[in-house]
Design a protein around this ligand. Structure first.
Ligand SMILES: [Zn+2]
Ligand SMILES: [Zn+2]
Length: 594
């Protein structure tokens, strides 16, 4: 057993765990072992795992849980299952790929005792029939490809192929799902024990289920979930990743959903280890207690000297002067222009100039070229959008800066790069150098914009920049986003963190975050002079109110369904189909009870 684990770690290139990962490994493995072998040991244990991106949190919990799972399988003494909940689909897909890569190597080392993973989110169909029927719908089309009757999941094979020591590459072949055998086969013959239909995910022999919070709400009363996942195990590990995202109204819903899940698990007499995983937060034990109702026994985090900053972000805070003195000096010969320049500067026009300046000049590549801009007022959003479109598409103002010989402007000084003594560059108006920069994606073309506040998200594909309100604050992920704009100070730190979190998901991205602030707002002046207020926020107070009357009321109703699901799974045989499972039995029960 120990041998297999060591071989496995070597295979997946984890030869040395960091101190933080080692601490977590021992703690989690040990706790699970005690919970299983000592009957008098606690039934429920909860740990918080708090570390910045890049600290290896995923491995820190995944490896000990899988090791315990394998121990249970080999010894045939207990059954351990893992339920991992991810609030963001993009992160979930990313983790799913990583897990199937790790499991591929492990499953190759064991004869029987394969570890099987299943996934469930909006892009996952109930079964083959549903997928084939609804294939044309957007949700399925972007996640699936049906070619000559064969079903392909639109992700690439994550298996690492080794040519020789030190020379390895990711397989990247396409992945075909076999609905009869319930596994994935890559075109280079890597067999992956991964289930990508709902009906297959909730089978007895699935060991790991990864899902999203809204899906959890749907599964709680379902018999296949209760019977095949919860009741089939002796001990469950529930992982809440990115749990600092559960706040406000949706977070309060989530906290009651978690309570329902925990209640379900304990009413079936199963033990539970809960892991709340998050980026830095001020008091995780208080927050997680609120979120889950469990007392946090320990906070696992890297020690001070282990912290290493990997991600780099650029911040640019811009606040116009109320009157431009530099330009006044530049144009002092003409009385008329002097008058014009003395008019107060409008922050919105600064915002528009800033977007043009940043997006036409920053390094953009075909893979990372998009921007997203946030503002809190729909009225301003519309004006922003129309002025922006007008400046780019109708007036083509950028041509003065980036195109060869527009009209008669040509700066010899700046043709090789910004020249510090160019008088026009000094006042920020000479961008002549930009036209020679090969890193500017689609240089010489106008930026395209899209406004978004409530329409469907599928149309957001092509534009260079999306202008929006809080509507896209949560749950919108596009790997092409590389720059973030905020017009006027954000309403709250959490909302700011959410918004800029849309951009640059990978630690190597180096996004540009731009805030344009108004000189006429007290709040904006405060932010401009206290930038550490924005940047060093540790999510101090995450608002969470699971005692909200309306939320409690809706979950009280839903928990009746949970109970009926639990009850019906007790007295009726194994589930046959989804329709039978849900509609007829529940309706019968409803009729009897109501
Ligand atoms: Zn492969
Ligand atoms: Zn110049």
């Amino acid at each position: 057993m120990g041998n297999i684990i060591l071989k496995w770690l070597k295979k997946i290139s984890i030869i040395r765990l960091s101190r933080f990962q080692r601490t977590c490994f021992i703690k989690i493995f040990d706790t699970l072992y005690k919970m299983i072998t000592t009957p008098s040991y606690k039934e429920k244990v909860a740990y918080a795992m708090i570390a910045e991106t890049g600290a290896g949190k995923t491995e820190a919990y995944f490896l000990p849980v899988i090791a315990s799972m394998l121990l249970g399988k080999i010894s045939n003494k207990f059954n351990l299952k893992l339920i991992a909940i991810y609030p963001r689909i993009a992160l979930m897909d990313d983790q799913f790929r990583r897990f199937i890569m790790y499991l591929y190597e492990l499953n190759k080392l064991t004869k029987e005792n394969k570890i099987v993973i299943g996934i469930d989110n909006t892009y996952i169909p109930r079964n083959e029939k549903v997928l084939r029927e609804k294939y044309e719908e957007y949700e399925y089309r972007i996640a699936w490809n049906i070619n000559k009757g064969l079903i392909f999941k639109r992700i690439r094979c994550p298996v690492i192929c080794k040519i020789k020591e030190g020379l390895e590459y990711e397989c990247q072949s396409s992945l075909k799902y076999d609905p009869n055998q319930r596994f994935i086969m890559c075109s280079s013959d890597h067999k992956l024990y991964a289930r990508v239909f709902k009906e297959h995910t909730y089978r007895k022999d699935t060991d790991i289920v990864i899902l999203s919070p809204n899906i959890l709400l749907q599964r709680l009363p379902e018999k296949s979930f209760i019977r095949n996942i919860i009741d089939e195990s002796d001990i469950l590990v529930v992982v809440l990743d990115d749990c600092h995202l559960y706040y406000g109204l949706s977070g309060s819903h989530m906290s009651l959903a978690i309570r329902r899940l925990l209640r379900l698990i304990s009413s079936l007499n199963k033990k539970i280890l809960l892991l709340g995983i998050s980026a830095t937060m001020a008091s995780p034990e208080i927050f997680l207690k609120e979120l889950t109702g469990l007392n946090i026994s320990e906070i696992l985090q890297p020690e001070e000297d282990e912290m290493e900053r990997k991600a780099v972000e650029y911040y640019i805070l811009i606040m116009p002067e109320t009157v431009s003195m530099k330009r006044v000096k530049l144009h002092k010969e003409s009385e008329e222009e002097f008058e014009e320049e003395l008019k107060p500067i409008k922050p919105l026009s600064t915002m528009i100039q800033t977007i043009m300046c940043v997006m036409h000049n920053m390094k953009r590549t075909p893979l990372k070229y998009k921007g997203i801009g946030f503002v809190d007022s729909i009225d301003v959003l519309h004006r922003w959008y129309y002025y922006m479109k007008n400046a780019e598409e109708d007036l083509r103002l950028f041509e003065y800066r980036v195109k060869l010989n527009p009209k008669d402007f040509n700066c010899n000084m700046c043709s090789r790069g910004p020249y510090i003594d160019c008088p026009i560059y000094k006042v920020g108006e000479c961008w002549w150098f930009a036209k020679f920069d090969k890193y500017i994606y689609r240089s010489g073309e106008p930026l395209t914009f899209r406004i978004y506040y409530s329409k469907r998200r599928e149309k957001l594909d092509k534009e260079d920049c999306i202008l929006t309100t809080s509507a896209l604050e949560v749950g919108y992920d596009d790997p092409k986003l590389i720059t973030f704009f905020q017009y006027k100070g954000p309403r709250s730190l959490i909302s700011f963190a959410q918004r800029k979190g849309r951009v640059a998901r990978s630690p190597t991205d180096r996004p540009v975050n731009v805030l344009v602030l108004s000189p006429y707002s007290r709040r904006d002046n405060f932010i401009f002079n206290n930038d550490d207020y924005l940047l060093n926020s540790k999510f101090n107070e995450l608002p969470l109110n699971y005692e909200n009357y309306y939320i409690q009321r809706s979950h009280a109703r839903a928990s009746i369904l949970d109970y009926m699901g639990y009850f019906s799974s007790e007295i009726l045989g194994p589930p046959i189909t989804y329709e039978q499972e849900f509609s007829s039995e529940h309706r019968k029960l409803l009729k009897n009870i109501l």
